[in-house]
Design a protein around this ligand. Sequence first.
Ligand SMILES: [Fe+2]
Length: 311
Amino acid sequence: MEVTTPRVHNLHHVEVFTPKPNESLDFFTRVLGLHETHREGQSVYLRGAGEWARYSTILTEGPEPGLGHMAWQVAEPDQVEGWARRMKDVGVEHKLESGGSRFAQGDTLSFTGPFGHRTELFYDFERYVPAEPSKLLSQPVKFPNPGIGAKRLDHLNITARNVDEARDWYTDVLGFKLREAARTPDGDIGVWMSVTSQVHDLAIMRDGLGERGRLHHIAYYLDTPETLLRAADTFVEEGTPIDAGPGKHGLTQAFFIYVFEPGGNRVELFSGGYPIHGPDWEPIIWDGAAIEKAIVWYGGQLPDTFFTVAT
Ligand SMILES: [Fe+2]
């Protein structure tokens, strides 16, 4: 059998730790509008109304907030093993487990990347079967928008002490494409990469405290910037701490608002962005005076905490 070159295909889910599981669950369900689909041990599994899988988000009780793991679907079933060989080649300790060892998920390769982030790669997952399917066949469920209507997990942003090294590892080893970067004479301070036609599935920013394995934020997609402005009203009403926004980044053309969920993890609501088609994309490099507009196109400056607080 011909073995295909392993390729990461898309972001599937993230697990975040929370020291306040009940409060976090209330926020992710009632406020953001995700739905609970499963409970196991100290974890609750959640999905957005626009998602076909049984979950995109796992909330797990833990002593500190932070990233449990990020999980990516690979392009072909045989590639889970292909990735195991690749990790061996590049000297990353890894574990291959057969399907069923994780809820609704097939054979899985897990490893901690060189920058300290636990990662899973798999192909098979169980799809969500709604009690009430929508007549709009391209939509997974009927009446899909409780809360602010967070539609689906969009991307995540992790931190690294040395962004240049992280950029090179994620592009050379995992096959991410660099889409945009904020570059200084001391190296990149942030990189935005994807394996899909989104402008980013994964961003890596310089860790303000020089630590390893931290999460800057997870981001959910909202249909329109107007929905995002209404979300801002909801956050104020709910007493949800807003870290930044609403505003627009030059980088990725993101309409954004960043808040802290009760467990302490930063969550972004995101709309906009732009699609990238074609294999010959030249990364957009923001440097010098352009970096200011890259960070905030409009909408007020980001607070200092944006560059230091990660979980
Ligand atoms: Fe983001």
